[in-house]
Write a protein that binds this ligand. Structure first.
Ligand SMILES: [Zn+2]
Length: 134
C-alpha cells in the first residue's frame, strides 16, 4: 500500500480524514488528519461515514381528490350518455349521492372515487407533488 500523502510504501497504513476526504496514509502521516473511528483497514465503507438512513421503503405518494371532481364526473358521465340514475346503479350507489357529488356538495369517498375513475375512465386523484402552486 502506498501512502496517499507522502507516497511512501507502507504495510502499516491507517485511514484518516483530511479535508473531508478519506486517505490511506502511513503512520507518520496519520497525524495530519483525523483518524477514522471504528474503521478497519480492510472493508472500508464510506457510506458508514454518512448519517444512517431509515428504512429503504418510500412512503406512499400523497394523492388527493382533484378540486374539479364534480365537473369531471358530470362531463364524463354525459359523454358516455348516462343519466345520474344509470351511473348510480352501475356504482351501486343512490342517485342522490351521484347528484350531490356532481353538484360538488359531497366529496366521494376514496373507494367511490376509485370506482368512478374506473367506470368513467377519468382521473380523480392527483399527486400532491404534481400540483403547481398558484
Ligand atoms: Zn506518509
Amino acid at each position: 500500500m502506498i501512502c496517499e500523502l507522502c507516497g511512501r510504501e507502507t504495510d502499516n497504513f491507517e485511514y484518516v480524514i483530511v479535508d473531508g476526504a478519506v486517505l490511506t496514509v502511513c503512520p507518520s502521516c496519520a497525524k495530519f488528519g483525523r483518524k477514522v473511528k471504528g474503521m478497519k483497514a480492510r472493508g472500508i465503507n464510506l457510506s458508514a461515514l454518512s448519517a444512517g438512513k431509515g428504512g429503504d421503503e418510500l412512503p406512499e405518494p400523497d394523492t388527493i381528490l382533484v378540486e374539479d371532481y364534480a365537473e369531471r364526473i358530470r362531463n364524463a358521465r354525459m359523454k358516455m350518455g348516462m343519466t345520474q340514475e344509470q351511473l348510480a346503479k352501475k356504482l351501486m350507489e343512490k342517485e342522490s349521492v351521484i347528484a350531490k357529488i356532481e353538484r360538488g356538495d359531497m366529496r366521494p369517498s376514496d373507494k367511490l372515487a376509485r370506482k368512478l375513475e374506473k367506470t368513467l375512465g377519468i382521473k380523480l386523484f392527483e399527486r400532491l407533488d404534481e400540483i403547481e402552486g398558484g
